[in-house]
Design a binder for this molecule. Structure first.
Ligand code: A3P
Length: 307
């Protein structure tokens, strides 16, 4: 079984290599310092026409979509999908080497075609080559308040991302876009607009929760992969929250506790729609919603049940 530890040249580093990195801007988008230091490699990334990009704002359902896409390409072969952790099977484009974790680009140069690539980059930071080659993009968006809650718990437990600080202050950081990968509002809107110019399938986390098989059909049609309804149902079963939570190839079990502090939160945390209601006070909700309305005023993009 492959794991990130098998990667050529990746030597385990002392534990102190894992630290909460500060953010630095790339074209105004805050990214973790080591990503910025190796930014030239991301910019110069050479795409292939059959590359497929899974683009998301962090915590919108990336891992879920990665597993679905991998299962579509394996024809629903669950054993094949267990060949490696999902972050090896579908490399993270902009992620640089951190400790024993290989850089996404190092994995991609060795990956067979069609390569499936994960990114959290906002549209304007995508490597030019991906757009010039007209690569297919699957974008997944999640309603802002659930996305925020999920990100808050993730930033607390992920010991390489900046400390989120107290909950109330974190809401403000999210609204200002001073969290890693920048503004949620700009991210979701820009990919929505770019549907008119590029091959983008735009999915919603809430739709996937509502009818997963329906959304899997949309993905396989977009990828032009022929699958029977039985296989679609099999993939839907294999990608339910509980099955993925129990699957060591999707639940980030490989990531050491020195990076993911599971005493704070698990990587597969709750997987629900509307969890924000458990965390926002009435005052926080009102302030957030007023700001949301002004930031989302000019777009046709609509999320369900979020205000
Ligand atoms: P919660 O923190 O709300 O539980 P990403 O993969 O982009 O980091 O997104 C992580 C979020 O997606 C987490 O949300 C996680 O639980 C949820 N998630 C992962 N797999 C899921 C699945 N199969 N069904 C529903 N939600 C899932």
């Amino acid at each position: 079984m492959a794991s990130h530890k098998d990667n050529e040249g990746a030597q385990p580093e002392p534990q102190e290599v894992y630290r909460r990195y500060p953010l630095l801007p790339v074209q105004g988008i805050p990214l973790m310092e080591p990503i910025v230091r190796s930014w030239a490699r991301v910019e110069d990334f050479e795409a292939q026409p059959d590359d497929i990009l899974i683009a998301t704002y962090p915590k919108a359902g990336t891992t879920w979509t990665q597993e679905i896409v991998d299962l579509i390409f394996t024809g629903g072969d669950v054993e094949k999908a267990r060949r490696a952790p999902v972050f090896i099977r579908i490399p993270f484009l902009e992620m640089c080497t951190i400790g024993s974790f290989p850089a996404g680009i190092d994995l991609l140069v060795k990956a067979p075609s069609p390569r499936v690539i994960k990114t959290h980059l906002p549209f304007q930071l995508l490597p030019k080559s991906l757009l010039e080659k007209n690569c297919k993009i699957i974008y997944v968006a999640r309603n802002a308040k659930d996305n925020l809650v999920s990100y808050y718990f993730f930033d607390r437990m992920n010991l390489v991302q900046p400390d989120p600080g107290p909950w109330d202050g974190y809401i403000k950081k999210f609204m200002e876009g001073t969290v890693p990968w920048g503004s949620w509002y700009d991210h979701v809107q820009r990919y929505w607009e770019e549907k008119a110019n590029h091959r983008i399938l735009y999915l919603f986390y809430e739709d996937m929760k509502e009818d997963l098989a329906r959304e899997i059909r949309r993905v396989k049609n977009f990828l032009e992969v022929d699958l029977s309804e039985d296989i679609v149902q099999k993939i839907a079963h294999h990608t339910t929250f509980q099955v993925m939570k129990d699957n060591p190839m999707t639940n980030a079990e490989d990531v050491p506790n020195t990076v993911f502090d599971r005493t704070i939160s698990s990587f597969m945390r709750k997987g629900e729609v509307g969890d924000w209601k458990n965390y926002f006070t009435v005052a926080q909700r009102e302030a957030f919603d007023a700001d949301y309305r002004s930031k989302m005023e000019g777009t046709t993009l609509r999320f369900r049940d979020v205000l």
